[in-house]
Design a protein around this ligand. Structure first.
Ligand code: FE
Length: 225
């Protein structure tokens, strides 16, 4: 329930004043977590809410809807050069074309990985994350270790994720805020020339859009290596 930090009236909305991160909302106040838990208990007790349905909603944002939307944005950019151009120039506009804007992701900037630049996203002060394109953030994204170290020693952090960024590739770290959320456009893997847009989207992982992984090449159809 950590994510309620972004919906409980702190300044993660877009009320018009440009207030950047405060340090007072890094963690969910204990009483809010408690109240959410209590509310859930009461609703379940009164038969107004099925706990399995709640789990299903969380699962949907965490694992299905979220990252799948981002994956479709990436696949479209891979097959459509003009879309890619629009996406990099105006993330919100191009993502909006596909219908994937919404709360916690109204203002999007998309950063493209190339053979010279590798991008990675973090929210150093809390856990700002593009919900409509990636779903809910994974717990490691919200951890204080990731938030601190992604900025200080990004290459080491990426290595721990199993991603060795060559020394001649620049690593750029993007610090998300309430005002602007980032999405990494990963590189299209080799050997995917014949895939459809839909098949390409299947390849795109959540982690590749955060920038802690690359998109793996598809297994070869022959079953060989
Ligand atoms: Fe944040």
């Amino acid at each position: 329930m950590d994510d309620y930090e972004h919906t409980d009236g702190h300044d993660h909305g877009h009320g018009g004043h440009h207030h950047h991160h405060d340090h007072d909302h890094q963690d969910v106040p204990a009483d809010i977590a408690l109240r959410v838990k209590a509310l859930e208990s009461v609703l379940v007790e009164k038969g107004m809410v099925d706990p399995a349905e709640l789990d299903e909603i969380v699962d949907r944002f965490e694992n299905r809807v979220g990252p799948r939307n981002g994956a479709r944005v990436v696949a479209r950019a891979w097959v459509d050069a003009e879309y890619r151009e629009r996406l990099l120039a105006d993330g919100s506009g191009a993502i909006g074309e596909l219908g994937y804007l919404g709360g916690q992701g109204e203002h999007m900037k998309v950063v493209a990985n190339t053979d010279r630049v590798h991008n990675v996203i973090v929210c150093t002060l809390c856990s700002c994350y593009p919900w409509p394109t990636l779903g809910l953030p994974p717990s490691w994204y919200k951890s204080s270790a990731y938030r601190a170290r992604a900025v200080i020693e990004p290459r080491e952090v990426l290595r721990e994720f199993g991603l060795d960024v060559p020394g001649d590739v620049e690593v750029r770290v993007w610090d998300s805020t309430a005002e602007i959320r980032y999405l990494v456009l990963p590189e299209r893997p080799a050997g995917t020339e014949d895939l459809t847009e839909e098949e390409l989207a299947e390849l795109v992982t959540r982690d590749s859009m955060i920038g802690v992984a690359t998109v793996p090449a598809p297994p070869s159809p022959g079953g060989g290596s």
